[in-house]
Design a protein around this ligand. Structure first.
Ligand code: GAP
Length: 436
């Protein structure tokens, strides 16, 4: 993990937020290549959920919803972590994570392990961030930053059902920020205070819930493999009864073998009719579907694949990170699938003279109309290749003396290191084919 973190910082993919002030707990910023990588993940998710289906529609609901939302959803009462304080070191720990945490005084031990540790009884601590609407904090002005995007979908179920002309089984998909006041150390971007979720609530006839739960578990596993993640490092794990969220009758996590061990990448829950029933009760609105064929009304059950953008990015980075040797020199390389690589092709003039930069820019300007491309003329060619390897660019095109004679360039493959001579006229086809 340390090597991935160092690479992310060095190449400006992801780095600690508020660094000039010493940073802020479990919070990170995405730099240029990090943003491109993250957007590719989000776009791949939208493609799988919307473009390639006709039973899911998109939504972008508000982050701050009516506060009754969180009473109805159960988050106000039940979205808590058990915390203990140590009276000796003054630190606070998650009671259910003591085995993974370090004692404030003796970091080689876990909290509670030494004789000096004096832990209090566990107290429940709500993970939602509260703020206020209006200039003064007064009764009734408290609102919450959403801890999951899902609830916005349930609030808009009725509106969507009406305008989208869909009937169960159908889904509503949303990508956006969620916020949780996590106190456990985050392991880089694995656990952060604010994070983007990609969630889809799939509304189904109650009798079909189990079938769709199975369907979405498989579909979501396949999606991660389609991003280039090694299937050997992915597994499904069903929650035990003591792990289930308050709304869920069955949940399975897709876990990835991160450097910190097998951990949750995505949860796929059978939420039953819990949410729609709760919001119907609290709002007084009927949140149900009338099936004209059967002549009956029912509250759909919900299957929810809920993924994290940051955890997907982290899995991709850990999976792609590699080192090898070229000509006796160590190379660090991100073997990202071209589908998610931040830059698909680099265009590099061999020299900064003799017409190389002009020809290279001409090629670059044409390619960038079609794919994410980068032009770089600074430094020795070997150093420029290394830089592109470190951000995972699958192809590098080099313009040299021969280019000016016969209008061909070399195309270097990041993984095989093979260099092919290709006519400029065939470049676009070649690049789009190889980076699809
Ligand atoms: N709507 C259901 C829900 O929110 P969850 O398992 O709590 O379920 C879904 O969250 C996904 O969101 C997780 O699998 C993970 O990828 C991501 N996630 C949750 N908390 C996170 C955090 N503090 N930091 C980063 N990602 C997080």
């Amino acid at each position: 993990m340390d090597e991935v973190v160092a690479l992310c910082k060095r190449r400006g993919l992801i780095f600690p937020a508020s660094e000039i002030y010493g940073g802020i707990a479990n919070t990170y910023d995405y730099g240029h290549y990090g943003v491109l990588l993250k957007n590719n993940v989000i776009n791949a998710w939208w493609k799988a959920m919307i473009q390639e289906r006709d039973d899911v529609v998109a939504l972008d609901s508000a982050i701050i919803q009516h506060p009754r939302t969180w009473e109805a959803s159960g988050h106000l009462a039940g979205f808590t972590d058990p915390l203990v304080d140590c009276k000796t070191c003054g630190k606070r720990y998650r009671a259910d994570h003591l085995g993974e945490l370090q004692c404030g005084r003796k970091p080689s031990k876990h909290p509670g392990e030494t004789d000096e540790c004096d832990l209090t009884e566990a107290r429940e601590f709500n993970l939602m961030f509260a703020t206020t609407i209006g200039p003064v904090a007064e009764a009734g002005s408290t609102v919450y930053l959403r801890p999951e995007t899902a609830q916005g979908i349930f609030l808009d179920f009725k509106t969507t059902l009406q305008y989208a002309r869909r009937k169960p089984p159908f889904g509503i998909a949303q990508v956006g920020k969620s916020f949780r006041n996590e106190i456990t150390p985050g392991n880089f971007i694995f656990r952060t205070l604010e994070f983007e979720q990609m969630e889809m609530e799939f509304f189904v006839p109650p009798a079909e819930a189990e079938k769709w739960h199975e369907y979405w578990m498989q579909a979501r596993m396949d999606w991660y493999v389609s991003l280039g993640i090694d299937p050997e490092r992915l597994k499904l794990r069903a929650h035990g009864p003591d792990e289930l969220s308050h709304y869920s009758s069955a949940t399975s996590d897709i876990e990835y073998l991160y450097p910190i061990g097998w951990s949750e990448l995505e949860g796929i829950a059978n939420r039953g009719d819990f949410d729609l029933k709760q919001h119907a009760e609290y709002s007084g609105e009927k949140l149900e579907y009338f099936d004209p064929n059967a002549g009956e009304r029912y509250v759909p059950h919900v299957i929810e694949p809920a993924a994290g953008v940051g955890r997907t990015v982290l899995a991709l980075l850990c999976d792609a990170y590699d080192t090898d040797e070229i000509g006796g020199e160590k190379r660090t390389v991100l073997r990202l699938s071209p589908a998610v690589a931040p830059v698909k092709v680099a265009v590099l003039p061999l020299l900064r003279k003799d017409g190389h930069p002009e020809k290279a820019r001409e090629i670059y300007l044409e390619l960038r109309k079609h794919v994410s491309a980068e032009y770089d003329e600074g430094g020795a060619i070997g150093r420029r290749y290394r830089r592109q390897d470190e951000i995972g660019t699958p192809l590098a095109i080099t313009i040299d003396h021969q280019t000016l004679e016969d209008d061909t360039v070399t195309v270097r493959d990041r993984d095989s290191l093979q260099q092919d001579r290709v006519p400029v006229g065939e470049l676009l086809d070649r690049v789009t084919q190889l980076t699809r």
